[in-house]
Ligand binder design. Structure first.
Ligand code: C5P
Length: 245
């Protein structure tokens, strides 16, 4: 395995969207040896909790806790303190919670790190617009006027000003975010579909190769791996496509 394999595998975040630890462990076993990031979302975290996260960390995985916090600043600060103490490498909050809430998320993580020897500061990212939200839903249901891309860039700048390290966005907005916030500002990109794969409920999708070429830092992939008859092969194909790009 060469450096570009390890680098690209480390930029693939596998979404462990399962209802219980047993099924999630089944997938982790099938992917054993692939140095990918593991994403634990609310379905699995609400069911399997901190123990499952600690197990992934004990196996050496980087863990993205995708719990999308959105509450008053004091509550988010406490949540952030708690998840940082689990040793997660990344977690996220909604940018629509505002600057004070995002600053509180950072302060909570800093407090946990200051209080715990050997604990590294996690990467904290903001959700801009869910990739399942299209133009019509954003304008007419949520009530945000204008283009999705403009709303996403506005949220990204707000997150950066609040001191967060990056955003979750769709690959269609990566270039605009990079030019507004710079290359070091992390982009975490769900809605990735290999050519010919089922889009499901995602509205804004790109292939792994296209997402890398646009400069995305991390690619979040769920169903194209979890629902594949051969998850390991699906993951390896995605990493190969990332390397080629
Ligand atoms: O199965 P699929 O590849 O669509 O999974 C995408 C994953 O990324 C899911 O776990 C979903 O919760 C997450 N996600 C997303 N859109 C965001 C943030 C996270 O789809 N804006």
């Amino acid at each position: 395995m060469n450096a570009s394999y390890n680098e690209m595998a480390g930029r693939l975040m596998v979404a462990l969207d399962y209802p219980d630890a047993e099924r999630a462990k089944g997938l982790v076993r099938q992917l054993e040896g692939i140095p990918c990031y593991m994403k634990v979302g609310m379905q699995l975290f609400y069911a399997a909790g901190p123990d499952f996260v600690k197990e992934l960390k004990a196996k050496g995985y980087s863990v993205f806790l995708d719990v999308k916090m959105h509450d008053i600043p004091n509550t988010v600060k406490g949540g952030s303190d708690s998840v940082t103490r689990l040793g997660v490498d990344m977690f996220n909050v909604h940018a629509s919670g505002g600057a004070l809430m995002m600053q509180a998320a950072k302060a909570g993580a800093e407090a946990a790190v200051a209080d715990t020897p050997d604990l590294a500061m996690p990467t904290i990212i903001a959700v801009t617009q869910l990739t399942s939200t299209g133009q019509d839903v954003m304008n007419n249901e949520i009530g945000i006027p204008g283009l999705v891309e403009d709303a996403v860039v506005r949220y990204a700048k707000l997150a950066q000003q609040a001191g967060l390290h990056g955003v979750v966005a769709s690959s269609l907005e990566v270039e605009a975010i990079r030019s507004a916030c710079g290359q070091a500002f992390k982009t975490v990109i769900p809605g990735i579909r290999p050519a010919g794969a089922d889009i499901g409920d995602q509205a804004r999708v790109l292939t792994p190769g296209e997402a890398i070429r646009k400069g995305s830092h991390y690619l979040v992939v769920g169903r194209p791996i979890t629902e594949s008859p051969s998850p390991r092969q699906a993951a390896e194909q995605i990493i190969e496509e990332m390397i080629q790009a």
